[in-house]
Design a protein around this ligand. Structure first.
Ligand SMILES: [Zn+2]
Length: 304
């Protein structure tokens, strides 16, 4: 089975504090990486947790608030210092390209490796990228500025052949082509050989959804229902639910409730307010709603 795991680089909301930084994660799929959000200080965390920068082929930005973005100019500049040649794709809301252009213009940063910036403006879940067997989609969240969640879903594009059956029925090259296209085989004698005889069942598909920042909104269920692992922000304890509403954030209790309604397998909560010295109380609060809850702390690795 291909590696599919997420490493947390930053867990905090708003500002870095006591060795922790703001939102950033690395999703590793089969030796290639996607960075999700890029808070200030991300490069220190990458070196601390042995993240290979040259494997990053895609950066997904959820929204343009600084605690999700201020690490980006430094990272792009370091890629240049490391003589990166591989192309990099950056996906984010409208304004992402302008932010990068203005920084590069004012700082006279000259980038040689190709950067493709894809700005999205969507109202429902939309495929935005794919590589290998991984499909990346974005969907709208409910925050103070335009914000997108991301959904990473494994999909086998080509079925695996059952070699024993191919041998047994002595399939011709043309018949194998038909099978790979998903067709059945009709032979002269009126014999119908069903496609599923020659293909192996798909392995269970894994998926990861990233929801930060957003207020509690059940509309999001449409996009994330049944996801294997859900990351959802939980900025505050429920005691501060009014503040959460006003700032368009979620409480730990609400994140747990959403995970339960979405029937996910595992919930990771993060984007913690720095007022909480120990995030155990946030995890415990979410666990009252949904059992499988983990804290997105710097350096934690979760397999999907
Ligand atoms: Zn925000």
């Amino acid at each position: 089975m291909k590696t599919f795991e997420v490493t947390i680089l930053g867990s905090l909301a708003a500002l870095p504090h006591k060795g922790k930084i703001t939102s950033s994660q690395i999703l590793l799929y089969n030796r290639q990486s996607i960075m999700i959000d890029c808070g200030e200080g991300v490069q220190m965390m990458m070196s601390k947790y042995h993240i290979n920068p040259s494997r990053i082929k895609l950066i997904c930005i959820s929204h343009l608030h600084g605690d999700h973005l201020f690490g980006l100019p430094g990272l792009l500049s370091s890629f240049q210092h490391h003589q990166r040649t591989e192309p990099l794709t950056i996906i984010g809301p409208v304004g992402t390209a302008e932010f990068i252009d203005v920084v590069h213009k004012l700082t006279q940063q000259y980038i040689v490796y190709p950067i493709y910036i894809k700005e999205i403006d969507i109202v429902e879940k939309t495929e935005v990228f794919h590589f290998d067997d991984l499909v990346v989609s974005a969907f709208p969240l409910n925050h103070r500025i335009v914000t997108y969640g991301y959904y990473f879903e494994e999909k086998a594009r080509v079925k695996k052949m059952n070699k024993d059956a191919v041998k047994q029925f002595q399939l011709t090259v043309e018949e194998i082509r038909q099978i790979l296209k998903g067709e059945d085989i009709k032979r002269n004698e009126g014999l119908l050989l069903k496609n599923e005889i020659f293909t192996l069942p798909d392995p269970p598909f894994r998926s990861y959804a990233y929801c930060s920042d957003t207020m509690y909104d059940e509309k999001i269920l449409d996009w994330i229902k049944g996801v294997s692992t859900l990351y959802h922000e939980a900025t505050y304890l429920h005691l501060l639910v009014e503040k959460a509403k006003e700032r368009k954030h979620t409480t730990a209790q609400q994140a747990g409730r959403l995970a339960k309604k979405a029937k996910v397998k595992k919930l990771i909560i993060g984007h913690f307010s720095s007022r909480y010295n120990d995030v155990k109380e946030l995890v415990d609060e979410a666990r009252n709603e949904f059992e499988e809850v983990y804290a997105a702390l710097e350096g934690s690795v979760f397999s999907i």
